[in-house]
Design a binder for this molecule. Structure first.
Ligand SMILES: NC(=O)c1ccc[n+]([C@@H]2O[C@H](COP(=O)([O-])OP(=O)(O)OC[C@H]3O[C@@H](n4cnc5c(N)ncnc54)[C@H](OP(=O)(O)O)[C@@H]3O)[C@@H](O)[C@H]2O)c1
Length: 357
């Protein structure tokens, strides 16, 4: 367990207050569907007065909000206007739940808002919902890691490797979207398990970071290289596992360079998220059949019941110095859209977050 959640001593009782009082929260409301890149004019920032806390609830004040690729596509089918979705890490400033005392940090999906009232116990019981997590003691590290290496992207990397592509020591893993939150993490776990790791990312700076800082064997700028030539150059034993963050033609080329019985984890398809219609790419079924590939899509929510296992494992690697991270930190609640667009454009190395407070 990461954290003992049921304190019973008097000290713990003194830690929580009975009522929140009236707090005004700001939140982003989506009023127009995204067309191409998201725009500030797609949103309104709305102020709302929060009600008093009920038994079991806490009031949390946001410190960091995450900007993630899924936000670009998950808003497409919602009835407008609607509150913007998103993960954040927040400090409990008032509590009527002994398990969640004032001063603790929690991470969860409270949306793009400055304050949230939540009942952490109620949310945990919903199947398939990423649970509210009490942020463990991170020592000198920022609580924002709960949105990155020690949060949803970190768990996507951990479970995606462990349960989907299952590399064996000595095998070769190729990762697309390798410079971002999930991809940079996947490559490091690949090195921990003893694999050859090759990444594709969108700038020379990212590639240099992956090779020099994170220990990738090779990294290539997919915008400037010939993908097949890069694979020939960097994968002498061809490719056993492909962790696909982007989809599209690059994935077709990589899968065509795989070994028989190779395994493909389809994590995301960000190359198409801002497109009005899905692009046409090379048909993959012949390669899947002839190489007898296992291709499996996955959603990290599959492992909500093992959520803390992933966080604890990544925390251990972090503390042992086996896992590194990089954050692109934007500042200010007003800059949420700039951060969101910046992440979609590839401005981030590692995880993009917004410091709100
Ligand atoms: N299945 C799941 O449960 C799950 C969970 C988390 C994330 N994901 C998926 O995993 C992928 C990575 O997510 P993340 O949170 O780690 O984001 P991220 O990689 O930190 O940020 C997104 C990155 O996508 C790249 N990108 C943008 N447009 C692209 C394009 N047309 N072609 C190729 N790359 C492009 C950019 O990097 P470049 O500079 O390299 O272009 C950008 O930095 C996404 O597809 C996301 O949807 C899935």
């Amino acid at each position: 367990m990461l954290h003992k959640m049921v304190p019973t001593c008097n000290f713990a009782r003194r830690m929580y207050s009975a009522a929140a009082g009236k707090v005004k929260a700001q939140k982003y409301v989506l009023t127009k569907y995204f067309q191409g890149e998201p725009k500030k004019s797609d949103f309104k920032i709305v102020e709302e007065e929060l009600p008093e806390l009920k038994e079991g609830e806490v009031l949390a004040e946001t410190e960091y909000i995450s900007v993630d690729p899924y936000m670009r596509i998950y808003m497409n089918n919602r009835k407008l206007p609607t509150d913007m979705i998103g993960g954040q890490v927040a400090k409990i400033i008032s509590s009527r739940n002994q398990k969640y005392p004032v001063g603790k940090y929690v991470s969860g999906y409270f949306g793009w808002r400055t304050h949230a009232i939540l009942n952490p116990d109620a949310r945990i019981t919903q199947p398939g919902f990423v649970p509210v997590t009490v942020v463990p003691d991170l020592g000198a590290h920022s609580v924002s890691l709960s949105l990155g290496v020690l949060g949803m992207p970190g768990n996507t990397a951990y479970f995606g490797i462990r349960e989907i592509i299952k590399p064996k020591p000595g095998q070769t893993i190729v990762i697309s979207g390798a410079g971002g939150a999930v991809g940079s993490h996947v490559g490091q776990i690949g090195k921990i398990v003893g694999c050859r790791v090759v990444g594709f990312a969108g700038s020379d700076e990212k590639c240099e970071y992956l090779e020099k800082e994170l220990g990738f064997d090779r990294a290539f700028n997919y915008k400037t290289v010939d993908i097949r030539a890069a694979l020939k150059d960097s994968c002498p034993e061809k490719v056993d596992c492909y962790f696909d963050n982007v989809g599209g033609e690059i994935s077709a080329t990589i899968m065509d360079y795989m070994n028989k019985y190779g395994r493909v984890g389809v994590c995301g398809t960000i190359s198409s998220y801002s497109e009005e219609t899905l692009p046409k790419v090379t048909i993959m079924q012949p390669v899947i059949v002839s190489k007898e590939l296992t291709v499996e899509g996955f959603n990290v929510n599959r492992w909500t019941d093992r959520w803390n296992e992933g966080i604890q494992k990544n925390l251990n690697w972090l503390n042992e110095g086996k896992l590194k991270y990089h954050e692109k930190v934007y500042h200010g609640f007003d800059n949420m859209v700039d951060a969101f667009v910046g992440m979609l454009r590839g401005d981030n190395i590692g995880k993009a977050v917004v410091k709100v407070k």
